[in-house]
Design a protein around this ligand. Structure first.
Ligand code: FES
Ligand code: FES
Length: 170
């Protein structure tokens, strides 16, 4: 285990949404705080205790709650935040489906919920309703009652499957 001096700052390098970034952080700082300081304020903080999922990002392609790890642990990793999903001004299919199905109210949980859904559909492109509910069970929503979120994920799954070239479909 690495031991750091009090008040020592450490250089960390990430690729966030495809862009190389370097910053100096205190080793005690959580990834979620550092990402927000770097301007990625779509990464929300709902609890800081790994319950709500509002801080979910993709770290080397896997969904993580960014309040559950230190920024230094993410050194040299590739991170995708909600800001990195839209391409060329076009929303990601999961974002579009959340919009179309009215899968949000206050929107506080939405970035984390969408990042978790993106990961879920990468792992399981054709989930059952039960698998969707299980897949987002670490993300809390205080407003919607979840039904429209589940509908949005089903819609996004269908769209993503249709968008795949024929030879890649199951
Ligand atoms: S802020 Fe990370 S799980 Fe709630
Ligand atoms: S839309 Fe308000 S917490 Fe989910």
């Amino acid at each position: 285990m690495k031991v750091y001096e009090k008040d020592q700052k450490v250089k960390v390098t990430f690729k966030v949404n495809g862009k190389e970034m370097e910053t100096e952080v205190e080793p005690r700082r959580l990834l979620v705080h550092v990402l927000r300081d770097l301007g990625f304020t779509g990464v929300h903080i709902g609890c800081d205790t790994s319950n709500c999922g509002a801080c979910t990002v993709l770290l080397n392609g896997k969904s993580v709650k960014s309040c559950t790890l230190l920024a230094v642990e993410a050194d040299n990793s590739e991170i995708t935040t909600i800001e990195g999903l839209a391409k060329d001004g076009k929303l990601h299919p999961v974002q579009e489906a959340f919009w179309d199905k009215h899968a949000l109210q206050c929107g506080y949980c939405t970035p984390g919920m969408i990042m978790q859904s993106v990961w879920l559909l990468k792992e399981n492109p054709n989930p059952t309703e039960e698998e969707i509910r299980e897949g987002i069970s670490g993300n809390l929503c205080r407003c919607t009652g979840y039904q429209n979120i589940v509908e949005a994920i089903k819609t996004a799954a269908e769209k993503l499957r249709l968008d795949q070239p024929l030879y890649q479909r199951q």
